[in-house]
Ligand binder design. Structure first.
Ligand code: GLN
Length: 487
């Protein structure tokens, strides 16, 4: 096995036994990045020198007998979490040269545990998209089929894990952006409960929905990263002061006594690919065989989730993105005669078409006279969706569903059709609207060899249940062991 193929857990064991050094491991990962990046395009910035310096420090710490589960482990960070001294672009021209003066809390937590940051991964601009085609920088390709999208918006983070261009990574999920690319790239991706992980230093897209989550090679690594990033932070007023359990303790065998809900509305969605529904049904069968009981449940307001999300998210985005005006930081258009023109030119040139579309929709939805009809109405629908879940969880411990209606589509297929693109988020948006946790685990491959993920959703702050089910499923299958062939 090559060093870059290691998981967090297996690399940790070797580092602890001093069989490898962090410098060897980090070098191997960086070499791997440079070997396959021309095909995958997962990174906006590769931080070779910084990573090697961090690895050297990690080796020193280890030689002094101090090792955490993340000491010396090379990780990648989606390029919308602030990294002190390391460019953070949000894949946008408007932040092309922005170097943050501080670390996001999650980055700080990883660094405090000795993790090595190898680079910043590509994404849809400001996390708006489901395919990476809306990046203002480059197009990441799916390592399983380079003609296809890796998913989005954390497509770079998912592709980097799938192609062994890092040992694990962080993404962010506002409407599915961790789970959907995880599903398309055959890696594990978790969106924690809203408030579980601090958003301080995460560039805001839709503040009531955004949540940072791990993308990893297996469920154990997901639990390890969750341990590292979770917890209350006084700098994020929406982070919740709840104790953080040891998530690795939930990785125990057996699902007896667990009740699984199967939401009938999710399986009636038009355009659900038969390979996807087949793999998910097989997965449900396997989980039943392991002792779980399945019950039918209903989430009656599912059909309104896309509409509600695509009012709420753009509305919050229009407000959050007002700060990029060319005055305080970021790109400023030089060719202007007055202030208004400077604002206009800066934002027209700095933002790509999808971001502009969202700002226009959001500004409209929030404008006087329309607020009640759009943002207000969407918020009411959001409450109904939350209540659907509350009722459903009276009868089950977790809900199983597909992550996406189809496997990864070819680059360019939906780019001119925003509505089709938005509709493909149907299975993931509801968890964000309700604030509940969700995970995607590899559960199969289509007839064309494209990865398929299984989504497990749970009650607020019950990530442990998701990890337990995902872990048991992973133990009983070997989808997570399959690797894309790159060279
Ligand atoms: N695809 C969704 C959107 O474009 C979700 C994005 C995300 O989760 N960041 O808004």
């Amino acid at each position: 096995m090559k060093l870059y193929e290691l998981t967090i857990q297996s690399a940790h064991t070797l580092l602890k036994q001093k069989e490898i050094s962090s410098q060897e491991l980090t070098r191997a990962v960086l070499d791997r990045i440079h070997a396959v990046e021309k095909d995958v395009n997962a990174y906006i910035t590769v931080a070779d020198d910084l990573a090697m310096a961090q690895a050297e420090l990690a080796d020193k710490t280890i030689s002094e007998g101090n090792i955490s589960q993340l000491t010396g482990i090379p990780l990648a960070i989606k390029d919308l979490m602030c990294t002190k001294g390391l460019r953070t672009t949000c894949a946008s021209k408007i932040l092309e040269n922005f170097v943050p003066p501080y670390n996001a809390t999650v980055v700080e937590k990883l660094r405090n545990k000795g993790a090595v940051i190898v680079g910043k991964t590509n994404m849809d601009e400001f996390a708006m998209g489901s395919s990476n085609e809306h990046s203002g920088m480059k197009m990441t390709h799916n390592p399983w089929d380079l003609t296809r999208i890796p998913g989005g918006s954390s497509g770079g983070s998912a592709a980097a894990v799938a192609a062994d261009m890092c040992i694990g990574s962080l993404g962010s999920d506002t409407g599915g952006s961790v789970r959907q690319p995880a599903s398309h790239c055959s890696v594990v991706g978790m969106k924690p409960t809203y408030g579980r992980v601090s958003r301080f230093g995460l560039v805001a897209f839709a503040s009531s929905l955004d949540q940072i989550g791990p993308l990893t090679k297996d469920v154990t690594d997901c639990a390890i990263l969750m341990n590292a990033i979770s917890g209350y932070d006084s700098r994020d007023s929406t982070s919740v002061p709840e104790d953080v359990p040891d998530y690795t303790a939930s990785l125990t065998d057996g699902l007896e006594g667990v009740t699984i809900g199967i939401p009938k509305e999710y399986y009636a969605v038009g355009g659900l690919d038969p390979d996807v529904s087949g793999s998910v049904k097989n997965a449900i069968g396997k989980i039943e065989d392991m002792g779980a009981k399945c019950v039918d449940i209903s989430l009656p307001h599912t059909e309104y989730a896309v509409a509600a999300y695509y009012v709420i998210a753009p509305s919050e985005a229009s407000s959050n993105l007002a700060r990029y005006d060319g005055v305080r930081y970021g790109f400023r258009d030089k060719d202007r005669s007055d202030l208004m023109e400077m604002y206009r030119n800066t934002r027209s040139e700095g933002f790509g078409p999808e971001v502009q579309r969202r700002i226009i929709i959001g500004t409209y939805c929030l404008s006087a006279g329309y607020y009640d009809a759009y943002y207000g109405k969407a918020s009411q629908v959001r409450t109904l969706i939350m209540e659907d879940f509350k009722k459903a969880f009276e009868n089950c411990d977790a809900i199983l569903s597909p992550v996406t209606p189809s496997p990864a589509f070819p680059v360019g297929e939906n780019i001119d059709d925003p509505l089709t693109m938005y509709l493909s988020d149907i299975f993931t948006l509801s968890a964000n609207l309700a604030g509940i946790p969700g995970i995607s685990v590899p559960c199969g491959f289509s007839s064309k060899g494209l990865p398929i993920g299984l989504q497990i959703m749970g009650r607020h702050f019950n990530e442990e249940m998701l990890l337990k089910i995902a872990y048991n499923f992973e133990q009983a299958t070997d989808f997570h062991k399959k690797k894309p062939v790159l060279q």
